[in-house]
Design a protein around this ligand. Sequence first.
Ligand code: GLA
Ligand code: ZN
Length: 673
Amino acid sequence: MPETTPRGLSRLAFGGDYNPEQWPESVWDEDVRLMREAGVTMVSVGIFSWALLEPEPGAYDFGWLDRVMDLLHDNGIRVDLGTPTVAPPKWFYRAHPDALPVTADGTRLAFGSRGAICHSNSAYRAAAAGITIRLAERYGDHPGLAMWHVHNEYGVPVSACWCDSCAAHFRRWLETRYGGVDGVNEAWGTAFWGQHYTSLEQIDPPRTAATVGNPGQALDYKRFADATMRENFCAERDILHRLSPGVPVTTNFMTALSQCDSVDYWAWGREVDIVTNDHYLITDGRRTHVNLAMAADLTRSVAGGDPWILLEHSTSGVNWQSRNPAKAPGQMARNSLAHVARGSEGAMFFQWRQSRRGAEKFHSAMVPHGGTDTRVWREVVELGATLDSLSTVRGTRTQADVAVLWDWHSWWAQSLDWRPSVDHDARERADAFYEALYDRHLTVDFAHPEADLSAYPLVVVPASYLMTQEAGRNLARYVENGGTLVVSYFSGIVDEHDAVHEGACPGALRDVLGLTVEEFSPLLPGQQVRVTGPDGPELTGDVWSEFVVPRGAETVWTYADGLAAGHPAVTRHRHGRGTAWYVSTRLTARGLDALLGRAAEDAGLPSRADLPHDVEVVRREGASGSFVFVVNHTATEAKVPLDGAGTELLTGERTAGRLAVPAGAVRVVHLDG
Ligand code: GLA
Ligand code: ZN
């Protein structure tokens, strides 16, 4: 059995992508000296090194990597060793130009960047296996090896390929899934627009067509592309397990970045030995620390609640947005520890030493261009010491209060063309509900719609357009057994093939919600509706409204204007021993808070109104004890009530009853007991 924590790592993971091949060997000694000074415990090596490790087909140059591995090991730094299969060398593409991916409109991408791979290409598969075998044979039992890092961020920058090999592979995938062409015709509804096929051979990838294509085909192609990348991951993983027994294998995820929307991480989470994630702050005007918390919660959920590792984030600015702000003093530590609070067993970075050349030279690093006499370096050293003082949290699990449903397949289906409104965005609703729960100081686990939800008093369904009947039954059972459910509009509409469930919408949920929706009535840009309730505040919605017909549910808020005036806007349905809420418009943050307040009461959740806004309080628990993380994102000191007494691990101070956390700071209390 492969291990599930990095081999030989007895502290939290702290370090970054280390690319010594970009530097003369004379710099390497300084690198490890500085790594020791900063308390680095692990680095990721060799992720893009194929062209240097195998400069000619079958001719290997491992000398430099031997020296790097030994140097790191001699200095007590563990190695997360990459298989460089995300960046095949130029000689490979010269011999196999068809391994370069083709876009939906038929353009073949060129060599010269990274990640340009057709995952169906058999020459690529053979070459990737070849270099992986070589690396595993050479380093599989190296004493410095902590874990294997396969590839890099599957799905980015290329999420799928539309070439002829992929077409053939897609047909085989369809054969396995549907047993033949009749099954495909049925699933995709090809009676529509004359799309009927008489053999699987006629089926192609959903290439650029005259107008919108078949949605079932488009959705299945997303599934196929994801499954094909996963096949390649599993092939490498199996080689590593065979030749490097026991050493855990990971690949770095990007669970919550909307740039990476093509990977079903529920499925990937089951295939890796350790879940690892990359997270970068997106500068889009929203609260970056909320997005960070969501990414961390989603990553932990994909890991089944087990500890995971933040494998990449940035010390300061990135370089791939239009505008890349630096991090404020203290923000790097706050970001790092917020990930640890939510289950990460450390905080690692892209990258160790800032590059002088190449496309990422303006991306921040642990050792900036300016060297050690810099703010970033001083904060890096300080963070190393902080993480060292938190070693005892290893192995504990973050405690969640509520569950939010999340399903990549539903997101894919929802994002296809010709929906009732382009302004409705499933991911935006997930973010908004998450933010509302975050502001109520509730810690969130994400759950697949068919997962066991019985542990959660409250389950929120932001916008789960695609929902199987099985998932619908799962939610109904959850409510019948006493759970409280909150469902947002445009949920439970279609099945796994993007076919509308039989009968009135929302087919998968109408019984548990006690209503039907007769018509969607999306709003125009700038248009708002007022929503009033007998005992609640007046709320505002935009983007969406609909004609809801209660069939057992009571109306709590009503549309006061717009086309749906007089119709229910928010309903509540007693079902079995529980309650199901439904909201049929896009409420603002204040509206979501009012709705969740009512639902939280039904669920018997404690009010955390005594906790200050933008101060995160998260708990990790396990064999080594109970830890309360408090992350103060505000510019003033925060006072936070504590259940009992304990030792604050960053300052070593005793604390009881109430904890003062300075502006922008983090405190971690190990509770007595
Ligand atoms: C990704 C990649 C890294 C690097 C960083 C920069 O996460 O995995 O190689 O490009 O982005 O932010
Ligand atoms: Zn292809």
